[in-house]
Write a protein that binds this ligand. Structure first.
Ligand SMILES: [Zn+2]
Length: 374
C-alpha cells in the first residue's frame, strides 16, 4: 500500500481521544498483511470510564537488535471553521488535509510503508511497533499502560524512534534529542475578606498571590546544562471567586507551568518553589508531567543524520526545544530519538501535510532502517 492511501485511511478514522473509530485496526491489518504478529490491547481505567485501544506488532525473532517505533493514532479535536471536512482526507494543491496529517498519522503511515519496503530484503534483527490510542490526553490507558505491558512481556526494544513532528522549516532540518521536563503547580493563597477601603481589617489573598507569582516569574534560574533551553515558568491561570469590585478575596489560586532543563529535577524545583513561598500564606500542589530527558546514543544520532543527508541533502540540527513527548515514558528503558514531519500545522485548524514530504519521510525512514540493521 502507498503512504498517501494509508495516511488518508487513517485520517478518515475520527479518532479524537479516546475514540478509536477503527484507526488501530487500520494499522494492525496493514502490518498483519506484511507478516507482523499483531496484538491489539484495550486498557481500561480502574472505574471503567475510559477505554483505549493500543497496538503492539512485531516482525522477526532475531535477538541481535530490536528497533521500536512509537506512535499514536489519536488526534486532538478539530475545532471549527475548517476549509474542508477535517476527516475527509482531501488533497489540494499538493497537500493532504486532515486532522492528524502531521500529528501523527503521517509519520505512522510513512514508517509502516518504509518497513513494507525494507522487509522485502533479508535482515538480521526485529522491528516492533508501539501504537497508542491515547497520547494527546492523559496517556494513562494509552502510552503508559502500553509501555508497562511491553516491559512485563519483555518486548522492550534496544532503541526506539518516535515519529512526532520535529522538522521546522523543511522536512529533515531538525532531529529532536529530548525535551525539557514539565511540571504544573497549583498555588492557593489564603487571607481575610474585607472592604477594600479598610486595609486594617483584611488580608488580601490575591495581593500575596500576585507577589509570589511575580517573584517566581522573575526567578533567576541557572542555565549550566546547555543541552536544553533555559528553564521558564509561566503562570497559566490567576483566579479568585470574587466579582465585587470593593471586596478583597480571602482565597485565590494560580496555576504555574514550569519547563525545566537538566539543571533541575522535579524535587529540586519543588524545594525552590516551597522555599520562596515561605513568606506568604500559601499552599502548593505539584503535578509532574515528566522529567527532562536526552538521547545520549551517538549511533542513533549518526545514522539518522546520515539517512536524512543522503535522501534530502539537508544537514539536520539536533534540538531539545518544544513540548515533552511520550519519549519521557520510554527513556527509562531504551534509547530514543525523535524525528517526523513539520510541526507548524500540528493542533491547528486546516492541519495539512505536503504529499511530497510524506513520500520523502518514507524514504528517510527506509534509509534509517537500512543503516540501523546494516
Ligand atoms: Zn503527537
Amino acid at each position: 500500500m502507498d503512504v498517501i492511501s494509508l495516511c488518508s485511511d487513517l485520517i478518515r478514522c475520527k479518532s479524537v481521544t479516546p475514540i478509536d473509530d477503527g484507526a488501530i485496526e487500520c494499522v494492525s491489518s496493514f502490518l498483519k498483511s506484511l507478516g507482523f504478529e499483531t496484538t491489539v490491547l484495550t486498557f481500561s481505567s480502574p472505574d471503567g470510564s475510559n477505554s483505549i485501544k493500543n497496538l503492539f506488532a512485531k516482525y522477526g525473532s532475531s535477538k541481535r537488535k530490536t528497533l521500536g517505533f512509537l506512535g499514536h493514532t489519536d488526534v486532538v479535536p478539530p475545532g471549527n471553521d475548517w476549509e474542508t471536512d477535517p476527516f475527509a482526507a482531501l488533497q489540494k494543491n499538493g497537500f493532504l488535509i486532515g486532522r492528524g496529517a502531521v500529528d501523527m498519522k503521517g509519520s505512522v503511515s510513512a514508517f509502516c510503508c518504509a518497513v513494507q519496503q525494507f522487509i522485502r530484503q533479508k535482515f538480521d534483527g526485529t522491528i516492533e511497533f508501539f501504537i497508542t490510542g491515547d497520547e494527546e490526553v492523559g496517556s494513562y490507558e494509552g502510552t503508559r499502560s502500553l509501555i508497562k505491558w511491553v516491559c512485563e512481556n519483555a518486548y522492550m526494544p534496544d532503541d526506539c524512534l518516535i515519529g512526532e513532528p520535529s522538522s521546522q522549516k523543511n522536512l529533515g532540518d531538525v532531529i529532536s534529542l529530548g525535551h525539557r521536563g514539565s511540571m504544573n503547580v497549583m498555588v492557593k493563597s489564603y487571607g481575610k475578606q474585607g472592604h477594600s477601603a479598610y486595609p486594617e481589617n483584611y488580608k488580601n489573598s490575591l495581593s500575596d498571590l500576585c507577589r509570589y507569582v511575580a517573584k517566581m516569574v522573575n526567578y533567576a534560574w541557572k542555565h549550566e546544562d546547555k543541552r536544553f533551553p533555559s528553564t521558564n515558568l509561566e503562570p497559566t491561570l490567576l483566579f479568585a471567586s470574587n466579582y465585587a469590585v470593593n471586596v478583597v478575596p480571602d482565597e485565590s489560586s494560580a496555576n504555574l507551568n514550569i519547563r525545566f532543563g537538566g539543571d533541575y529535577s522535579a524535587d529540586s524545583l519543588k524545594q525552590i518553589l516551597l522555599d520562596e513561598a515561605k513568606e506568604f500564606e500559601l499552599s502548593l500542589e505539584f503535578f509532574l508531567s515528566g522529567e527532562p530527558y536526552y538521547c545520549n546514543d551517538e549511533n542513533l544520532k549518526r545514522i539518522l543524520s546520515a539517512a536524512i543527508k543522503e535522501t534530502s541533502a539537508i544537514d539536520p540540527v539536533f534540538s531539545t526545544a518544544g513540548g515533552t513527548s511520550d519519549g519521557r515514558y520510554m527513556i527509562r528503558y531504551c534509547n530514543i530519538i525523535e524525528f517526523g514531519l513539520l510541526d507548524a500545522a500540528m493542533h491547528q485548524k486546516n492541519e495539512r501535510v505536503k504529499i511530497s514530504d510524506l513520500r520523502k519521510l518514507e524514504e528517510i525512514y527506509l534509509a534509517f532502517l537500512q543503516k540501523y540493521f546494516a
